[in-house]
Design a protein. Structure first.
Ligand SMILES: Nc1ncnc2c1ncn2[C@@H]1O[C@H](COP(=O)(O)OP(=O)(O)OP(=O)(O)O)[C@@H](O)[C@H]1O
Ligand SMILES: [Mg+2]
Length: 236
């Protein structure tokens, strides 16, 4: 469904990611893990068209999307849940969700979509008229995911959904992601930790210093120690 070929992104003269090759299949949950500064967010931003790749191509369902602007990429079915949620703090929950509906540019999208998405996030229904900035971190994370879902994505990119949240809240977020996986949504999930990989991941990619240092289907991982080694740079 998504292929990256030799993708590189530079900030000024410095490459944040380089020579990234990867392929993700429809209906799978794909983790991208790595330490601070490895280039994980940059990778998602490059796929989503929020930063421009200097080299390489990104192909979504056979269509070259590198070079398109982010609005067009959303309309093609690829939606980003950014690091730090990025909800519009001074707009209400309802207004934030409305933005998702509009961004998807889907004909006929409306009340039905909203009801379906809210069924995953009952707390948002009870906070519907509240300013998004007054929500808790976990509620904002739910709002950010809900907003992305309202664009009717076939591929959702989720950047550190557990960032700054209490473990129980993280469990709740991952329960929602597991349900979305069961509904067939394809996901690329960025995390700093590898703790959730085994539970709901189909593949795991380790990014170190802007490059893929490890890729494996979770079904092929016999010893999770090798993943940890790759993460900490102890392989080879
Ligand atoms: N806007 C920017 N301008 C200049 N350099 C940047 C910018 N954004 C990121 N970088 C640099 O690019 C590299 C990759 O950053 P990125 O945010 O993609 O890493 P990350 O893996 O998401 O890290 P974290 O786990 O801390 O979120 C880092 O060295 C970072 O300092
Ligand atoms: Mg990041």
């Amino acid at each position: 469904m998504l292929t990256l070929e030799n993708v590189a992104v530079f900030y000024g003269q410095v490459p944040a990611i380089h020579d990234v090759n990867a392929a993700f299949e429809a209906g799978t949950v794909n983790f991208v893990v790595g330490p601070n500064g490895a280039g994980k967010s940059t990778l998602l931003l490059a796929i989503a068209g929020a930063v421009r790749a200097r080299n390489g191509v990104v192909i979504l369902d056979g269509k070259h999307i590198s070079g398109l602007n982010s609005e067009d990429i959303v309309a093609l079915g690829c939606s980003l849940v950014p690091e730090g949620r990025q909800v519009f703090a001074r707009l209400t929950v309802a207004e934030n969700l409305q933005i998702g509906l509009i961004a998807g540019r889907t004909k006929g999208a409306g009340r039905g979509d909203l009801e379906q998405v809210l069924s995953h996030f009952p707390i948002l229904r009870s906070r519907y008229r509240q300013l998004a900035g007054t929500l808790s971190g976990g509620e904002q994370q739910q709002l950010s995911i809900a907003r992305a879902l309202l664009t009717r994505p076939k591929l959702m990119l989720i950047d550190e959904p557990s960032l700054g949240l209490a473990p129980l809240v993280v469990d709740g977020v991952y329960e929602v992601l597991a349900r979305l996986r069961d509904e067939g949504l394809t996901m690329i999930v960025v995390e700093q930790q590898t703790t959730r990989v085994k539970k709901i991941g189909d593949t795991v990619t380790v990014l170190r210093d802007g490059n893929v240092s490890f890729f494996r289907s979770t079904s092929e991982i016999v010893d999770y120690g090798e993943l940890e080694k790759a993460y900490f740079g102890f392989n080879n």
